[in-house]
Each structure stands twice: as structure tokens, then as C-alpha cells.
Ligand binder design. Structure first.
Ligand code: ZN
Length: 258
């Protein structure tokens, strides 16, 4: 793991403004406190944008974002660019944010790490999730509690949650990236850049648009759906929860065993 510059910058701003509870402040307040021009308007194909001028910086947010958690996460991400990348760019555009979580290094990763630490500080996250059984409902509960996007809550869970999970990010019927919780060793099938497995929940969405109701989020699958298995494997129960973002034709599949 590289040094987490994003998280360090987030802790710095938390200390500077004495932000004890992530629910008690809006990101707009911090943007104004940094003397950044802020605007909300319809932006095509982007969630957010930051323009570094000679004397002033401007952050724009797409007024068409449907979910308040996603909006808040995007704002925090743009603020992260301001804190971290002030002198390196003229402007940055952000759209398929979820993709960037998978890449280590680089500005997008740093801005995401900043947003994650600002909105879901590790200590608060650990104490909120402690002793709670893992389920899709828990991920939704986390997103609501910390007022952030479901995907960012899911990635945070993968990093520091108590129950090991695996994540598969698929777009346009292809597996783009996957990742396991730290110290969770499961051999993933060789599927990167290929179609998701035929018996996966992700594939159900790509084939016929299936999106399960909230109460049916945890779908039973086989270990062999996503992982390599051998003759010593018993058929333990595995589950898949497909988080669909229709606008981008993406699925973030969460896979876990009980
Ligand atoms: Zn960005």
C-alpha cells in the first residue's frame, strides 16, 4: 500500500475545522471556507468538475445527480482535488467515479481516499459497523448514516469492514476490475476484460435487465460462480449483491460467504 496521501489531507482538514462528526457539516461549507467558487448546473457526462484559475478555483456539480449521497461524495472528491492537486492541473472532470477506487496511485485515487476519510472517518466507521452482521442492508445503512454513496460505502467496507468480501466491477458486460478484502485469499477466475460469469447476478442484469428488490438483494450463488474451485472445496453458501448504476451501464457485484 502506498502512503495514503488522500486520507492524510482529509485528517488535516478535519483537525483544522474541528469536524468531530461527519454528519454535522456540509461539504459546501468547506468549499466556501476555502474561498472556492461553487456552482450547481446541468453538466453533460460528468458528475463534477474543478477548474483551477490563476487566482480563484471553481467547483461545479451536476444538478442532475439523483442521489444526495452521491452528490455529497462527488463534492468531497472535488474538494480533495483542491486540497491535494492545486498546483498540478488546470482542470479535472469526474464521471465514472466508482472505477477509480480500484486503481492505486494517481490523483483520482487520492481524491477518492480524501472523500472516503472525510465522510467516513475510520474510527467512526469501525464503531458504527462493529458487531453488525454483513448484509446488503448494512451497506445501505452505512451509506445513509454517513450520507454518502452506496458504492463508496461498499468500498470502505471492503477496506476496513469486519466481514471479508470481494468486489467485481463490470461495465458494458465486461469485468473491469476486482478486489478482495485484505487478507482474504480467494482465487478469482480469469475473467478480467471478459464477460461476467454466466451464472452471476451481474450477468442477469446485462442479459435481461434484472434488478432485484431490496429484500431480495442477497442472491445465492456458488463459490465456483466467481472463484476457482478444486475437489477439496465444499459447496459453501455464497451470495452476490449486484449494485446497478443504470446510467453508466455498470454493476458493482459484492460477493461474500456467511
Ligand atoms: Zn477526480
Amino acid at each position: 500500500m502506498p502512503i495514503n496521501k488522500g486520507a492524510i489531507a482529509a485528517k488535516k482538514i478535519i483537525n483544522e475545522f474541528g469536524l468531530e462528526n461527519p454528519q454535522d457539516f456540509s461539504i459546501e461549507e468547506l468549499i466556501y471556507a476555502r474561498d472556492i467558487i461553487f456552482e450547481e448546473k446541468k453538466i453533460l457526462n460528468s458528475d463534477g468538475r474543478i477548474v483551477f484559475g490563476k487566482s480563484k478555483t471553481k467547483i461545479s456539480i451536476n444538478s442532475e445527480i439523483k442521489y444526495s449521497g452521491r452528490r455529497r461524495f462527488t463534492l468531497a472528491h472535488e474538494l480533495g482535488h483542491f486540497e491535494l492537486h492545486h498546483n498540478e492541473n488546470t482542470h479535472l472532470e469526474d464521471n465514472t467515479l466508482t472505477l477509480d477506487y480500484f486503481k492505486y496511485g494517481g490523483q483520482e485515487y487520492e481524491a477518492n481516499q480524501f472523500a472516503v476519510e472525510l465522510l467516513m472517518p475510520s474510527a467512526s466507521f469501525v464503531s458504527f459497523t462493529k458487531g453488525k452482521q454483513f448484509s446488503p442492508d448494512l451497506l445501505r445503512e452505512i451509506a445513509e448514516h454517513f450520507q454518502t454513496s452506496l458504492t463508496s460505502a461498499t468500498f470502505r467496507y471492503l477496506e476496513i469492514g469486519q466481514h471479508p468480501i470481494s468486489l467485481f466491477h463490470c461495465r458494458d458486460k465486461k469485468v473491469i476490475y476486482w478486489k478482495n478484502s485484505p487478507d482474504y485469499y480467494r482465487r478469482i477466475k480469469d475473467i478480467t476484460k471478459l464477460q461476467p460469469p454466466t451464472d452471476s447476478v451481474a450477468m442477469e442484469f446485462f442479459n435481461d435487465g434484472t434488478i432485484y428488490r431490496e429484500e431480495d438483494s442477497a442472491q445465492e450463488i456458488y463459490k465456483s460462480t466467481w472463484f476457482e474451485t478444486d475437489e477439496y472445496d465444499n459447496e459453501d453458501e455464497y451470495y452476490e449483491y449486484a449494485i446497478v448504476t443504470k446510467d453508466y451501464n455498470t454493476v458493482l457485484s459484492v460477493v461474500w460467504e456467511d
